[in-house]
Design a protein around this ligand. Structure first.
Ligand SMILES: N[C@@H](CCC(=O)N[C@@H](CS)C(=O)NCC(=O)O)C(=O)O
Ligand SMILES: [Fe+2]
Length: 305
């Protein structure tokens, strides 16, 4: 069957060879997340991808050091922010998108299947009626194959579920921000045991990403520094993943991947910040409304996850 979204992305990558985006990575050493600022050199319009709001679970305090570094870069480069893009509702860190939006403007966007994620977590946290579960807390919801612009740069969205049902990858110029699908070749792939996750679905999403041209640049959302490597890394190519990804190189069958992934997922502890993260990120990165004393509270569901 013809994959229209993928052929749009392929056409875009082929056309991008002379207008490649400027990409700046920001590594958060607490959650091992890589955020990106991507901009068009001609117009200086920009997108901020997967920004991080620092959160200390012991004190319940947020901090903006990581987001401030992104903001300082945006200011120094004199960029205009059009988009605050999330690859998914992260389970390991709070998003700084609302904070950066207040400062710079731009639209907060995520995959349209976020509504499914909001229903699951809205029920888990027994959120009140004020919590809308239709994605309307976000400014834009992307479907597979949707296209948008960052100044003169073309961007195409690919729905790549598996880690979560709403995961998307952003193809911007010739670069792909893969979210939690593939990790660096020597680390493999994202876990698939969160609500609505599926190893089989992730396999199919990854095969789609790896059908992009071999030289396509891929930018990871996390790097957990596997044994045998000394430096964090977040950029690779389709070709390198196809040849060397330890979980998903060419030739690994769907059934073998599913068996490996499901066995590995049983060994993983929950991310340290999963409970604060999902109840903030399901609200597009906003805290629950303050109570009558003016304080916002995060809940801990006991024996429910
Ligand atoms: N130790 C990390 C684990 C975070 C985690 O589970 N990350 C997800 C992505 S949100 C993943 O796919 N991890 C793969 C793995 O740990 O092998 C934490 O506590 O934050
Ligand atoms: Fe994730």
């Amino acid at each position: 069957m013809m994959d229209l979204a993928l052929s749009k992305a392929q056409t875009q990558i082929a056309a991008a060879q002379k207008g490649v985006p400027a990409i700046k990575a920001f590594f958060d050493a607490v959650t091992f997340t890589i955020s990106y600022v991507v901009h068009d050199l001609e117009t200086r319009r920009a997108a901020i991808i997967d920004s991080v709001l620092d959160y200390d679970p012991a004190s319940g305090r947020t901090a903006t050091d990581t987001a401030d570094a992104i903001a300082a870069y945006v200011e120094a480069q004199q960029l205009g922010v059009d988009w605050l893009l999330e690859t998914h509702a992260h389970a390991d860190h709070l998003s700084a998108a609302p904070l950066l939006q207040e400062r710079f403007g731009g639209k907060i966007a995520i995959g349209a299947h976020i509504a499914t994620v909001q229903q699951t977590f809205g029920a888990l946290f027994n959120a009140g009626l004020d919590f809308r579960r239709d994605g309307s807390d976000f400014n834009r919801l992307f479907m597979d194959g949707d296209q948008f612009a960052i100044g003169g740069l073309a961007a195409t969205v690919l729905h790549v579920p598996g880690h979560t049902p709403a995961c998307v990858a952003y193809v911007i110029g010739d670069a792909v921000f893969v979210g939690d699908t593939l990790f660096m070749p020597d680390y493999g792939s994202a876990r698939c045991d969160f609500p609505g996750g599926s190893a089989r679905t992730l396999y199919r999403s990854v095969r789609r990403l790896l059908a992009l041209p071999p030289s396509t640049r891929l930018f990871m959302c996390h790097d957990y520094l596997p044994e045998g490597r000394d430096d964090y890394a977040w950029e690779t190519t389709v070709e390198a993943e196809r040849q060397g990804n330890i979980h998903l190189h060419d030739g690994v069958s769907e059934d073998d991947f599913v068996a490996m992934r499901e066995a590995r997922d049983k060994t993983l502890a929950m991310p340290a910040l999963i409970l604060p993260s999902v109840q903030v990120n399901m609200r597009a990165g906003r805290l629950p409304p303050p109570e009558s004393n003016g304080v916002a509270y995060l809940k801990i569901p006991v024996n429910a996850v």
